[in-house]
Design a protein around this ligand. Structure first.
Ligand code: MLT
Length: 302
């Protein structure tokens, strides 16, 4: 009989034989398998008999991969399981950045006791005017499950979509999404696109790939969206870009003291995959992976 432990709540999991048990990292005990969402496992002592870790999500940067590899612990993730949730928030973020919806809502909050709110709204609305995304160019860095879904929606919104992914061939990109102009040099995205969204894993090769040099190549007034990982972006360089007027808005799903509350930044508390559907999909896929491995020795997504 295997023991599975869940390190932080990841929604309801209802597969036969799996007992939901949320524990603190220091109380993980002698688990054979660990199910984790985004809690960091870097500082924890891994149980001696641990055989597998299943991450309910795509990114595995919260898991000590080297330590797991040296102990022969198999690590699974759930690619694509939350792609729809992330796609929808990316589209919402693009619209939030193009239209000053946040500024408008803040104005209403500040005027909630103003008896002339309706009349004053007509006077101030010019301050919150935005732009439309139709006929603008969207650059997608990373044509995985999320990038392709974003491309398809953006195309239906009348955008011209550029995609860059060094691991996807031109033919594969064409099959993945016929809506993408697949470029082989990321500079083509920097130089042409009005909105740029990044959907790549955090690796040594991708760390701070959006940096001062990249921003220097971008169009004036570019909108940057980051729903992948904070360290993909040199956020000090983005703030400098906002200050210079080069970057119009930076929307990030990864709050920190560099960007929170800063002009030009819209900061969201890591909500990309926080939908009922995405959480369930990830949880179920992760549990299936874990059970399939622990009980039958099968490995799918590792
Ligand atoms: C992911 O990597 O898929 C997300 O970070 C999932 C999450 O919000 O846990």
């Amino acid at each position: 009989m295997f023991k599975y432990h869940c390190l932080n709540p990841i929604a309801k999991v209802g597969l036969d034989g799996f007992t939901e048990e949320y524990v603190k990292t220091e109380d993980i005990g002698e688990a054979d398998g660990i199910l984790v969402r985004s809690a960091s496992m870097h500082d924890m002592d891994l149980p001696d008999n641990l055989l597998a870790v299943a991450r309910a999500g795509a990114g595995v940067n919260n898991i000590p991969l080297d330590k797991c590899a040296s102990k022969g612990i198999v690590v699974f993730n759930t690619p694509g399981a939350n792609a729809n949730g992330v796609k929808e928030i990316v589209i919402a973020a693009m619209l939030l950045a193009s239209r000053d919806i946040v500024g408008g809502i803040n104005w209403v909050e500040a005027n909630k006791d103003n008896p002339n709110i309706a009349k004053d709204a007509e006077k101030v609305k010019k301050n919150f005017a935005g732009t439309e995304v139709q006929d603008k160019k969207l650059g997608i860095i990373g044509l995985g499950a999320i990038g392709v879904k974003v491309a398809n929606v953006a195309k239906h919104m009348g955008m011209e979509v550029y995609g860059y992914d060094p691991y996807v061939s031109v033919d594969a990109a064409w099959n993945l999404s016929r809506d993408v102009k697949h470029v082989i040099n990321v500079d083509e995205i920097y130089e042409n696109c009005d909105v740029i969204t990044i959907h790549v894993p955090l690796l040594d090769s991708t760390r701070e790939m959006i940096n001062e040099a990249a921003i220097a190549k971008m169009k004036e007034g570019v909108i940057l969206l980051n729903f992948a990982r904070d360290l993909l972006v040199d956020e000090e360089a983005v703030l400098a870009g906002i200050e210079q007027g080069k970057v119009r808005k930076y929307v990030t799903d990864f709050p920190n003291l560099t960007t929170a509350g800063k002009p030009g930044c819209i900061v969201i508390p890591h909500l990309g995959a926080s939908t009922e559907e995405s959480e369930d999909n990830c949880a179920v896929m992760a549990v299936k992976e874990l059970k399939n491995f622990l009980e039958n020795g099968n490995i799918n997504n590792s």
